[in-house]
Structures are given as C-alpha cells and as structure tokens.
Design a protein around this ligand. Structure first.
Ligand code: GH3
Ligand code: MG
Ligand code: MG
Ligand code: MG
Length: 327
C-alpha cells in the first residue's frame, strides 16, 4: 500500500505537534505549513490525500486558502478539513463549507473522531490512486489492442491479395476470375446488358520456354500481363491469368463492336512489346491468339456458353495461323 501525504497547516507550532502525534502512522507522510501562503505553494508541488487547515491565521486565513485551492485546476480536488476552536453552532462553520471544506473538526480534538475522519480520506485517496493506475493500464492495453487490430487488418489484406491474385503477374487468379465472372453474369441478367469475354493464349510459348529458359519465360509472361492490363482501359474491365500462358479479359456492358476493338488493341499491345521469338513461325516477336464472344446473359444461354464461345474463337484463331483474333 502506498504512502498517503497529508498537509497540516497551523500558525502555531504546538498545534502542529498535536496533529503530528495523532497522525504518527507508518503509511502517512506529513508535510507542515505555518501560513496560508506556504500551504498554497505546497499544494501545487505535492499530491495530497488531505489538507488539515487551521481557520484563524494571520495574513491569509483558512477560508481564503480553501477558496484559492478550489479556484485552481491543480488543487480543487484535494479534500480540506478545517480545524477550529469555533463552536458547532457558529455561523462561521457555514462559511467554511462555502469556501470548499468537506468537513470540520473542533478543538480540542477528540482522538477517535479525528482518526476516523482522517481515515476516510486516506481510504478515498488510495482508491483514487489505484483507480488511476488501472486507468493508465487500460489505456496502454487499448493502444496495444489498436495496434493488433491494425496488424490484423494488414494481414487480412495480404491474405486477400494472396488468395485472389496470381503471384507471378499480379493479375486476378483463375478462382477469383470465376467469382467475378459469375457476379457479372448475374448483374447482366438483372440489367440485361451485354457481357463480353476475350480469351488470349500466347503462341508457341512452349518453344519460347525451350529456347530462352523458364526464367525468361516467366519474365515474358509478366510483360505480356502488363501489356494486357494496360490495354484493358475501362476500370470495370477485369483481367485474369487463367492458365499457364492464357489470359481472360471480362468486359461488362460491352457490345460486340467494343469487344472486337479491345481484342485488336490487345493483339497489338503484345506484338508491340517486340519480345524476340526465334521459333515462332508467324512472327519474329512473341504474339497471341485471341477469341472474342459477347452475350446478353440469360437470353437463352448460360454462363458456360459465353466461356465456350470465347474459347472456340481462340481455337479458330490458332487454326487460322495465330497472331490474330476470331469471334
Ligand atoms: P500454342 O501456340 O498452340 O498455344 O502453343 P504453346 O506452346 O503456347 O502451347 P502449349 O500449351 O503446348 O504450351 C504452353 C507452355 O506454356 C507450356 C509451358 O512450358 C509454358 N508455361 C505454362 N505456365 C508457365 C509458367 O508459369 N512459366 C513459364 N515460364 N512457362 C509456362
Ligand atoms: Mg491559528
Ligand atoms: Mg495454352
Ligand atoms: Mg499457347
């Protein structure tokens, strides 16, 4: 248990001695003042559990000290007990309460009454002290919890990215693409607007890997992915890596003409990367074959039909000689 500090204020040293003898306890520390001014100064420097204040003092009297303490933010919470020779019926007693005293004690002091009243304030002080320590501890815990919460959010975001994107290219992965595709298909049913799908496959990529090595193959995949991503310009366009060297671009609310336009742009964007490909029979550079399809969801068709139509287009583009697109 901590030490409780009590300020005793009296202009007469013999009165201070009486108070000291009554308060001679190991868990109480006494601080003495023999004037109002001295007492006020001390209340600013210490955290007192209680002030025992003489009323009649030359210069600044007890009432003035109490009023000034109540008027100061730093000292207004400190309990004050007046010690006076006045009688209980004396009108002065009320003045004391008005100036901010919490209690009165009368001289000559009754030891039992004195000790029990002082004891109440020491108890109160200890409770307050323990409470403010708990509050501090709780504040610290709260900060820790907020930090943990933030870490958790960051981890969740990392997990979300890991589970929805492709590690090599940063594009949506196949699973996320299927989720998005289904969502857009359902939205298309509600809005009855056309949904287009473009499927791309890199030409002779096995040969590219075989001649340049797997690492350079990966590098090529990254470049192609970025070119496709940059060329799909609408913020609603969704680009995914759906196979080793296969990509899908979903174009919501896009008519066939718009989708064909995008297909042409994608074809050119990859070609313009000018990545040398020695074993391609159609071009000196890495190229793609592209299939395009458009459907208004639910008008006599299911989601799978759109995927198969785009895939058919891709197959025909390969048949046609690659580095081209087909509807
Ligand atoms: P086609 O023109 O008919 O599409 O021929 P292709 O060689 O591109 O097609 P195929 O399906 O025979 O080969 C695809 C190759 O893609 C096989 C594999 O070496 C390569 N590949 C698939 N995934 C990866 C990958 O993550 N990194 C690398 N470097 N290569 C990959
Ligand atoms: Mg006095
Ligand atoms: Mg393929
Ligand atoms: Mg291929």
């Amino acid at each position: 248990m901590g030490i409780a500090k009590i300020l005793i204020v009296d202009d007469r040293p013999e009165n201070l001695l009486t108070l000291e003898s009554l308060l001679d306890e190991p868990d109480i520390e006494l601080v003495r003042a023999t004037s109002g001014v001295e007492a006020l100064g001390l209340t600013l420097d210490h955290d007192f559990a209680l002030v025992l204040l003489d009323v009649q003092m030359p210069g600044m009297d007890g009432y003035e000290v109490a009023e000034l303490m109540r008027g100061n933010k730093k000292t207004k919470h400190i309990p004050i007990i007046f010690i006076t020779a006045a009688f209980r019926a004396d009108a002065q007693v009320f003045k004391g309460y008005e100036s901010g005293a919490v209690d009165y004690l009368f001289k000559p002091l009754d030891e039992r009454v004195f000790k029990s009243k002082v004891g109440v304030f020491i108890e109160l002080f200890r409770h307050k002290d323990a409470l403010s320590k708990k509050t501090l501890e709780l504040d610290r815990k709260l900060v820790e919890l907020e930090e943990l919460q933030q870490q958790l959010e960051e981890t969740n975001e990392q997990l979300r990215l890991l589970s929805t994107t492709d590690g090599l290219t940063g594009l949506l992965n196949k699973r996320e693409f299927e989720t998005v595709f289904e969502k857009e298909w359902k939205r298309g049913i509600r809005t009855q607007s056309p949904l287009s799908l473009v499927m791309l496959d890199i030409d002779f990529f096995k040969a590219y890997n075989d001649t340049c090595g797997h690492a350079e193959g990966d590098d090529c995949l990254k470049k192609v992915a970025k070119a496709i991503s940059d060329a799909a310009r609408r913020h609603t366009d969704m680009v995914a890596r759906v196979g080793g060297e296969e990509f899908a671009v979903l174009l919501p609310e896009t008519e066939p003409e718009g989708a064909e336009h995008v297909a042409k742009r994608l074809l050119k964007a990859v070609y313009d990367l000018a990545i040398p490909h020695k074993r391609s029979t159609t071009s000196e550079f890495v190229t793609t074959s592209i299939g395009v399809a458009t459907m208004v969801p639910d008008q006599g068709c299911i989601q799978r039909d759109l995927f198969e139509a785009a895939d058919d287009g891709l197959y025909r583009a390969k048949e046609k000689g690659r580095n081209c697109w087909c509807i």
